[in-house]
Ligand binder design. Structure first.
Ligand SMILES: [Zn+2]
Length: 269
């Protein structure tokens, strides 16, 4: 009987544990490709028609979603989740960069509504002491998203190496940035928050660290535009400003990306 229980527990451990790094599941000699993962893994992703509204708003448990996996420890010392398709393409990009002597490190990936709420409200509590509510919202929105409006909810977006633009402007960081600008599009990744003076986009300040896997993120953004209203953005401090005419968070921030990514979509088809 004891043997039987041990066998059942062992079976469950090997079959039910979704939290193993994708490396352990899919890697073959340190490389992975779409062919290594069965079509069933993408039944809700590559061929999806419509995403659940709660996924767009970050209100789902990505740790329990089989479309997500933990990033390979060689990319990050933290436990970070991304969509499996994004991990596959990131792995290809990581290896190509590595061959060119460039080290890419993932410092942030998927974040839930609640995680974003904790970031937002920490900044709210700090800034509200010195300014009025509307000014506080504007100040936080320079670099941080309102909960339910972050691309990090989707599992398609990553922050790389450092959260300061200055890191990417000299030395090792400059080499990393120049490599990404030249090569990232081949793997589907796009810098969504570029220099506003050049692209004339609205929304967040430039973020040289934030890269988005556009083949999927583009579809999420399209559905976001069609289905989410600013009234859906609620339940955190200052959320009443989501619809404020000076904020208009969906139009100005969610849609405020560098739109020059068609070449990426075509290159990855
Ligand atoms: Zn980011």
């Amino acid at each position: 009987m004891k043997k039987f229980i041990w066998w059942v527990l062992s079976f469950c451990f090997f079959c039910c544990n979704n939290e193993k790094p994708i490396e352990n599941i899919e890697h073959k000699e340190n490389t992975i490709s779409l062919n290594n993962i069965p079509d069933s893994a993408f039944s809700n992703s590559l061929h999806f028609q419509e995403v659940d509204k709660n996924i767009l708003l970050g209100k789902f448990d990505y740790k329990e979603d089989t479309n997500f996996s933990i990033v390979n420890p060689k990319y990050s010392s933290k436990t970070i989740y991304l969509r499996k398709e994004v991990l596959i393409k990131f792995d290809e990009m990581y290896n190509a960069a590595h061959k060119d002597g460039i080290k890419l490190t993932v410092i942030s990936g998927t974040r839930s509504f609640y995680h974003q709420k904790s970031i937002w409200e920490r900044k709210w509590d700090k800034n509200i002491k010195n300014m009025d509510s509307l000014s506080t919202v504007k100040e936080i929105l320079k670099y941080s998203s309102m909960p339910s409006t972050s691309r990090h909810h989707w599992g398609t977006d990553i922050d790389l190496n450092d959260l300061e633009n200055s890191y990417f402007e000299s030395g090792e960081g400059k080499k990393v940035f120049e490599w990404l600008i030249e090569h990232a599009h081949k793997y589907g990744f796009h810098m969504t928050y570029d220099n506003q003076d050049e692209s004339k986009r609205t929304g967040y300040k430039m973020e040289k660290w934030h890269w988005s896997y556009m083949p999927i993120a583009e579809q999420y953004l399209k559905q976001y535009k069609e289905t989410i209203k600013c009234e859906d953005i609620s339940s955190f401090k200052g959320s009443q400003f989501a619809c404020h005419e000076e904020i208009n968070v969906i139009k100005n921030f969610v849609m405020g990306i560098n739109n020059d990514y068609k070449k990426i979509i075509n290159a990855t088809k």
